[in-house]
Design a protein around this ligand. Sequence first.
Ligand code: HAM
Length: 427
Amino acid sequence: MAQGALPGFRDFYPEQLAERAYITGVWREVMRRYAFVEYDGPPLEPLDLYRRKSGDELVGQLYSFTDKGDREVALRPEMTPTFARMVAAKANSLRKPVRWFSVPQLFRYERQQKGRLREHFQLNADIVGEPGVTADAELVAIALDVMRELGLAATDVNARVSDRRLLEALLLHSDVSVDSLPAVYAVIDKRGREPAAISREKLAKVVSSGAIADRVEAVLECADVETLRSHYGQVDAAVVHIDRMSDYLRYVDALGFSEWVRLDLSIVRGLAYYTGIVFELFDTAGEFRAICGGGRYDTLLEALGGVNLPALGFGMGDVVLGELLRARSLVPDARSRTDFWVAADDDALMTDVMSVASRLRRRAKSVEYALRPQQLGRQLKAAGSAGASRAVLLKRDRYPGGEITVKDLRTGAEQSLPIDEFINSLD
Ligand code: HAM
């Protein structure tokens, strides 16, 4: 029996490839509108690149091995370390802000489940060299513009935004100890993906007090800047971060996306390198996993390349997005776009069929014909099942005089005219 693909890996038959091409086409079109340029890096990287920065969860999911030269290597599980390394290496000569995007295939040894595979394609958009929140607003606008371009609305998808610095200030103010912060983040990160009572129990355990857990929950309930100001406006360590969030939301509004964005301090992001505003995109019905995630990582370029440059970016996967678009019937029909099928009523005209096909292809038309002699009726049937729009018919009694018949395969209408006139009429 023929073997299938490995678990978590996809065969892209033409239908699936058409869907992927549609999604990546929209990604590239939106990136063009935001004046980003495309780059790529190696799919195989030194293992160390991820060990240092991606965080334990991702490192546990690496496809890693020792190569024939005894190097420890890994298939890329994410693009950010490669991007940071590439930018850091040429930091002086690059125009700032750097606005680059990429569409890599990534590999993570995850448990296969809805929305999670062992390979996926991911749009990465990153900006380097701008510390201000105008850049953070620009970034989330890109991700949301992709949603809009795919036919989704604010009623379908939301961006949930938070700021790690703000959350940290509020947690410390709530008497969470510095040492327990990472454990608290881990519990918060899982919140929403497990029953509320369980998260609450875990939270009380890591902060070792029910009262502190209550205060943490009160922080996480704040869903707008006004509530933050009224509850924590007097907390010195938090004010600057609340002001920043307020500016950010004003810029998001100016870019036309305020109704798509919600403040949600429970968004902490699993990856280790984020330092500021972070966000994730989710379907509003809560049926699917995160569509997109990203944020600011101002210290990663320093850690990986020794240059002190602020940076921010996001990754948007094709898997959840495909599931969501299919569920909302938003994937366009991917039927073949064959323009012409060339057919003849005589086997002796085979080479003429081929040369007419060739002339049409030089006019950039998509053309097919029967590769073996067939009766005209069968050729036209094949043309229909290929989805061709029109047939060009070469008839034994007319073609030697230079005449062809063009048949519209949808309406059945026919028109006979000289071949040269027909070819010249094509734009
Ligand atoms: P991430 O949150 O790990 O971030 O992944 C971003 C998105 O990629 C997720 O929201 C999800 O749609 C998709 N994704 C991740 N893992 C899988 C998987 N196993 N199967 C299917 N889809 C998946 C990052 O990777 C960051 N490097 C993004 C970034 C870029 N931050 C700054 N710049």
